[in-house]
Design a binder for this molecule. Structure first.
Ligand code: AHR
Length: 328
């Protein structure tokens, strides 16, 4: 082999080794696959509950249900009281979004006006469960609604009034918060079911609040004296105010038929005392269901888009027996 050939062979070998080394270092051992993320537990959950207010015994029981369940399960509950103001609920939701909570459970004071803040929660990838009353926003803006069928409650109330006034008559309505899903639904269901021989003489809001309902009841009793056969009252707290007004006006228990909603202890007492003839149940004890759903969401599990509470109607005949068992 000539010297030149030997030199060329050496050069080729050198070049090849240079190219190979430039192609990079030998591949490192593949990184371990990321460990499957551990299943979330209640103690990992921060749940935001911007409560709408404290207008009734129902609401007090609803708040207690969330606070007690959170304590029991070890959930970190971010609770606030919006004092019936939608803008306060929206501010509280924004603070929760900023804080990066895991889930927001919203009991909306009214139906309209939630689109912007629901979009903000969606953008921040925080799921929102609508609790108790409904919202008018598109269903794609929230993950689920847990609460009562308010139209059905109104229908049940209408059926009770039909039974109480088989020959027809005049009724008055004191409704809940104007624009709320609860008031709108109950009013709608009531009207859809009421017999044609029953006339709604008048309807005013009492804002689900006994203090606001009392002057409405007093004015009704004065204006329609001698013409009133029945009252449809959207909650027990306001019905208690109506009872006070009837007592002052000299009306005797049962003289004017009354159908109320909620099934609180106060409602049971009014049935025992003969003032209320039927109390349509609306269950406020939603804390356990909501937190269970929130945990499922945190673990990427499937949830139902609508969970309606199973409810009944209570009557005076069983009121005394059931009163001691009532949780709210
Ligand atoms: O949204 C539920 C209603 O709100 C209850 O019937 C009433 O008592 C409460 O204030």
């Amino acid at each position: 082999m000539s010297k030149k050939l030997l030199f060329n062979l050496f050069a080729v070998l050198m070049l090849t080794s240079l190219i190979l080394s430039a192609c990079g270092t030998p591949a490192a051992a593949p990184a371990a696959a990321p460990a499957a993320s551990a299943k979330k537990e209640y103690k990992d959950m921060t749940l935001c509950y911007p409560q709408l207010g404290a207008e009734s015994d129902w609401r007090t029981a609803n708040t207690a249900s969330f606070k007690e369940t959170a304590k029991e399960l070890g959930v970190n509950l971010v609770f606030s009281d919006a004092q019936q103001k939608q803008e306060n609920q929206i501010s509280a939701m924004r603070a929760c979004i900023q804080q990066g909570v895991d889930v927001i459970a919203l009991p909306p004071v009214v139906e309209d006006g939630w689109d912007a803040v629901l979009q903000e929660a969606k953008d921040a990838e925080i799921p929102v469960i609508i609790v108790d009353r409904s919202v008018s926003a598109d269903k794609s803006m929230y993950v689920s609604h847990i609460g009562s069928d308010m139209v059905l409650e109104g229908k049940k109330a209408g059926e009770e009034m039909n039974k109480l006034l088989p020959n027809g008559g005049n009724v008055l309505e004191i409704s809940g918060t104007t624009g709320s899903g609860a008031a709108t639904g109950r009013a709608k269901g009531f009207r859809e079911t009421l017999n044609k021989n029953i006339t709604i003489l008048d309807s005013q809001t009492g804002n689900f609040n006994p203090t606001e309902a009392k002057p409405v009841a007093e004015a009704f009793l004065k204006k329609y004296a001698g013409k009133i056969d029945g009252f449809f009252i959207h909650n027990d707290g306001m019905a208690q105010a109506v009872v006070e007004a009837m007592k002052s006006a000299g009306v005797k228990p049962g003289e004017i038929k009354m159908v109320s909603v909620d099934g609180t202890r106060g409602g049971f007492q009014m049935m025992i005392d003969g003032w209320v003839q039927a109390d349509v149940e609306c269950n406020p004890l939603l804390g356990p269901q909501v937190m269970e759903m929130a945990l499922k969401l945190m673990n990427g599990e499937k949830i139902d888009a609508e969970v309606l509470t199973n409810e009944t109607t209570y009557y005076p005949d069983k009121a005394a027996e059931l009163l001691p068992t009532r949780k709210y």
